[in-house]
Design a protein around this ligand. Structure first.
Ligand code: PAF
Length: 313
């Protein structure tokens, strides 16, 4: 693999691009749909600070708003918000060569299916990362927590391409595990997002503050229990035995992080609620299962994201 394109210069996309570019094991490109921002990122590079002990650094990355500038890549990593996936991959044909893999590195359900439609199911990989990051500004990212990254193919096959992705990511400080059951991986991450994202967005608390208050813990326990029930109905086997404990330990491991949904609310943007708690509510309906905590959490986030202009400062 000699070239990787990352779509979307958000917190995770920027962190990944900088981590890979810094180690220079592969040519790294960032595809950014905003031409002005792309020009700026090309000029400044990406600055990475860490809330841990790692030293800050700046990595120069190739950036373009046009896939034709980049050409065929060994790997395309989609890091855009779930609601932007379809638009982001609409024009990626120039990035696709004979051996290209396309990896969804996104929160929530439904993303790899969109990539499969755009690029062909034989190329598609899905992944989940517990690396946590926040954008201070365009091109300035704070790495707020490290965690496991897992990728796999929806058909469960293990391929040479997957092994070479694992090697390159590993050399770039993203230890990566391969899985034959990516549905379990995606759901196991989904349940962590179900527990953390809406609650942090509504309370405006950093992840680490959630397990410090009993009411927050109770809401998390309810929302997570409902999502686990839906997972069982979907016949998904989770990767851990105690999901609530897993949510609380992820909150502590990423204590200073503002969840991606809280970052969206603070920037008055659309959130991924429909792909996280909202997805649980939709699936629960199919199974005629009541999920009141997820219903209320989804509705409250929807109220906020649809009424920014009315909010009292
Ligand atoms: O969406 C997020 O913010 C992240 O997936 C996670 C791991 C919950 C950390 O905040």
């Amino acid at each position: 693999m000699n070239k990787i394109a990352i779509i979307g210069p958000g917190a995770i996309g920027s962190l990944l691009a900088a981590s890979l570019a810094r180690k220079k094991k592969v040519e790294v490109w960032l595809l950014d749909k905003h031409p002005r921002r792309a020009r700026k990122l090309l000029e400044t590079g990406i600055r990475v600070e860490s809330t841990g002990s790692a030293a800050a650094y700046t990595a120069k990355v190739n950036v373009s708003c046009d896939a034709k500038d980049i050409g065929p890549c060994g790997l395309i990593v989609c890091c855009v918000k779930s609601y932007d996936t379809a638009a982001a991959v609409k024009d990626i044909a120039p990035l696709i060569g004979d051996d290209t893999s396309v990896l969804s590195f996104q929160n929530g359900l439904g993303n790899w299916e969109i990539l499969a439609e755009a690029a062909g199911s034989e190329r598609v990989l899905a992944g989940s990362t517990a690396q946590a990051a926040m954008l201070r500004a365009d091109g300035q990212v704070v790495h707020t927590g490290s965690g496991e990254t897992i990728i796999g193919r929806p058909d469960g096959k293990m391929t040479v391409a997957m092994r070479s992705i694992r090697d390159i990511f590993g050399l770039s400080g993203w230890p990566l595990r391969l899985s034959k059951d990516i549905t379990a991986v995606i759901w196991s991450k989904l349940i962590l997002n179900v527990g953390i994202n809406a609650v942090t967005a509504l309370t405006r608390l950093p992840n680490g503050a959630l397990p410090e208050t009993e009411p927050a813990k109770e809401i998390i326990a309810l929302a997570v229990a409902e999502a686990v029930q839906v997972a069982k109905k979907q016949r998904v086997k989770l990767l851990y035995d105690d999901p609530v404990q897993k949510v609380e330990s992820l909150c502590r491991d990423t204590a200073e992080n503002f969840s991606s949904m809280l970052q969206d609310i603070l920037k008055r943007r659309r959130t991924e609620i429909e792909y996280i708690n909202g997805a649980i509510v939709r699936l629960a309906k199919n199974h005629k299962t009541a999920v009141p905590a997820n219903t209320v959490l989804s509705d409250l986030v929807r109220v906020i994201e649809s009424s920014y202009i009315h909010q009292v400062k």
